[in-house]
Structure formats: C-alpha cells, structure tokens
Write a protein that binds this ligand. Sequence first.
Ligand code: ME8
Length: 515
Amino acid sequence: MSKRFYITTAIDYVNGEPHLGHAYEKVVADVIARFHRSRGVETFFLTGLDEHGQKVQQTAAAKGRDPQAYCDELADIWQGMAAKLELTNDDFIRTTQARHKEFVKAVLSKLHAEGQIYKKLYEGFYSTKEETFLTEKDRLPDGSFPAMYGEVTKLQEENYYFRLKNHQQWLIDYIESTPGFVEPDYRRNEVLGFLKNNELEDLCISRPLARLNWGIPLPFDPGFVTYVWFDALSNYASMPASAGDPVLKDFATSADSRGLSLWPADIHVIGKDILKFHAVYWPIMLRAANLPLPRKLLVHGWWQKDGEKMSKSTGNVVDPIKVIEEWGVDAFRFYVIRELDIGPDGNWTDGGFKARYSAELANGLGNLVNRSLSMLKRYRNGVVPPLSRELSAETEKIIADTRSHLEANHLQAALGSIWSLITRANQYVNQTAPFKLAKDPAQAARLDEVLYNLAEICRILGVLLWPFLPRTACNIYSQLGLAETPNQNKDATWGGLAPGHAIGTPAPLFPRKDP
Ligand code: ME8
C-alpha cells in the first residue's frame, strides 16, 4: 500500500450558512486534487464539518432541538453544496462521528498519560454574555471592557492545559528550514514573526461541562469536554486513522476496511484567519503525539463583496448555490480561481463576474470551440483532416507552463496560460480566415491544416481545463466525438486527434446572457 497524495480543506463550522469563501476554498482543493489524479497520482481529498461548540449548543437549544439532529440537518445543506460544486472529495468528515471522537480521545489520553496535559486553576475576567475569558488586551484605552461583553466579573475556573512552552524553538527551526511548509511566503514570515516575538502560553484545551456540553468528553475527566480547536484540527488525522493508516496505527480506531495510507497530509488548504492554529498548535500537537507533520499549509485570502466584508446582517453574502443555478458550476469555479490568486484578498462584484463570463468564457473559450468545430463540420463534414503541426510547438510550450504552474499550486497562473492558448487560437482563426480559404478550392490543403490545428487545440483545451471546468471539458470532448473523459493529463500532447475521426455536434458551451 503506497502513500497517496492527501489534500484537505478546513472543516467549516456547521452553524453558519455556506458562502463564497467556503466554496472558494473547496474549489481550490478540488482543482489540485483533480490535477494530481490526472497526472496518475493516487490522491485522496478530504473535506468536512466542524460540529461541536457553544454556538451549535445554543442554537439547537433555542430551537428546542437535539444538537445532533440539528447538525444532521445542516450537514445535508453543506454536503449539498459540495455536490453542487462537483467536488471530488473521497470522504466527508464530521466531528460528531464516532471515528473522529475515538481518535481525539486516544490522542488526549496519550498526552495526558505522558504529562503533556495538566489541570490548572485559572482566575480571570469573564464575560457571561459572551461566555469567554478576557485578557488585558481586551481592555479599552480607559481601562474598561467594551460594552459588547456586558458585565465582566472575576471568575476562577479549573481547566486542562496542553504544554506548549518547550515547543517554541524546534518549531521556529522547522519552519525556517522547510521553506515550502507555509505558502505563500509572506504567510510563513507572519508565523515566524509571531513565534519569535511572543512566548507561547500553554493552550487551554477543555471547557467545564457546566459551560459547554456539546463537545467530546475528556477521556480522563468526565467533568470536561474538549475545546473546539483540539477537536477540529484532529479531523485531518482521525479519518485516516479510522481507515487503517499505518503511520497512525497507535491511534487506530474503529477501522473501516479501506486500508488507506494517507498521513502525513501533503496539503492543508486553509484561510488566513486560521493560520496560527494550523502553523503553531497543530504541528505541536502532532509532534507531542510523535506523529509526522503535514507537508504544506496553502493559505488563501478572504473574499469581500463590493469591497466590504460579507455578513448576514449587511445582507451582502454571495451564495454560491444561487450563482451556480443561474450561471452553471463551471462559471463559478472559473471566476473564483481566475479572479483570485491563492494568498491575497479578493473582491467579488457581480459586474466583474459577468464581464469575465462574457469575455473569457462565452467570447473566448466558447467562441473558439464553437467556430472551430462548426467550420470542421461545414467544410469537412466533421471529419478530422490529416495531422498538421503548425501550432504544436507553441501549444506544447503552453502545456508545459500550465503543468508547472499547477505543480506549484499556482492555479490562477495556470488558467492564465490556458487562456493564452485560447487567445492565440482565436487570433489564428482571424489570421488564417478559414471562411475565405473555403471559397477557394486551390486552398483546400491549407484549410485542412487550419482545421486540424484548431480541432486539436480544442481537444487539448479539454484536457487542460478538466481540473478547473470538468463539465466544460467533458462537453468539449463529447462535441469532438470522443468517448473518453479528458481526465488524463498525459493526453495533453499534440497529435491525439486522429485524422479521419468524425466529430460530434457543435453546440455553444456558454450561452450568451442578455445584459
Ligand atoms: O474556521 N473568504 O470554520 P469557518 C475566504 N471550523 N475564505 C473564507 C471566508 C471568506 N470570506 N470566510 C471563511 C473555521 N473562509 C473552523 C476551521 S479547521 C480544522 C477548523 C474560510 O466555517 C476560512 O478561512 O469559520 C476557513 O478556512 C474556512 O472558510 C472555514 O471557516
């Protein structure tokens, strides 16, 4: 059993509504997973839901619902979004599943037995309204606490803490000596800055039952449940451990029969707001449990809508499902990857979305494929002419660029390369003017060449686009009369389209929408 390429996303809080930001992250991971599979690499893609915590407990209680039943209902909505996005995730982890809870308990038991988790009395300022302890940093300049915290009282509470102090230096050394561990680079520098300028405090990993009961009970003290981050981060390993991963055998849980070898994860795709948890706490948890660290954290930025934070109260949340229902899943997948590089923040505008749809999908890709195949149908009865290599060198260069961008997880740049081929091919149509060549019988051989080059570029586009726009890629292949799925990257090589092959029926890929 060889180790698979293992990619994960953050697990979303079940209590919120799925929005553009969640969908974006999942599409990023899906494109990378599909690309690796298309290169013949055995790949496993995990996503899922973070279901414990105070908000779920409170909302379920307010609705008079059992929290598990409430989570089950929301999980359907979230899994529905994964299906709408056409994600190729191989599993879907929910932190309320037995396989996950067993793993968390096994890790906690080991760390507690080894003295890495200990109990301590904490005294601090507590906001009953927000149900949280406050620190000196929360005070306003005049010394008071902000009104949002309501009445703030001094409170003593016992909790369990995970020792972090001894871990600071090796983690700094590790991140410094492992350049690809956090990408992009400026996020890596942010983590190093944090680690070098702050002394790590031991991490509180529990909540007393009186304050929180919707969580995983501590295996060594039934009066407490596990606090959310220790619970949530473990998902990346709990699923493989339950599927028989040999690296995680010390924590094997109710094993299913898959016999998977996944750990360590190759990429955790996460948003910038949860970087510290993934780059500091998660590596320390793993090291303490004597487990290898993930190979890469790929950290994306945040989407805004019209230059403002998306929020339910402002009513400016972009609902991916609505966009998909109106424009199609590929238009959504295309826009988010084309518009935003992995790293900086992005801004969704409906105008920007429509402009890219019209210029790049309908007029760029759609027009190229439609006119290329329609001309082949009209002038050659849909039969592929003899092989020509006029554009093969240029195309092969673009194929190589696209691959190397994808290997570096530069998805936006990869789409940029693919679109340079589309632009080049559209120019080629204008320059060679096949509609004029068709009128002159002496130009028949030249027309053959042009039509071959265009049809072959369409085929190659199908292969290159597959990780990004899977439906469109399949649609191009079916219009070309090719029965296979364009999911093998090696097929992006000039000359795959056989002379004499009869193509299918051309149809617009992206219907133009009235303005
Ligand atoms: O943080 N733009 O869950 P979550 C881009 N359960 N990405 C965004 C975004 C936006 N506007 N809003 C959220 C959690 N995200 C935890 C994670 S992982 C072990 C536990 C991203 O539902 C966010 O950055 O608040 C995160 O990566 C993911 O969506 C889930 O956010």
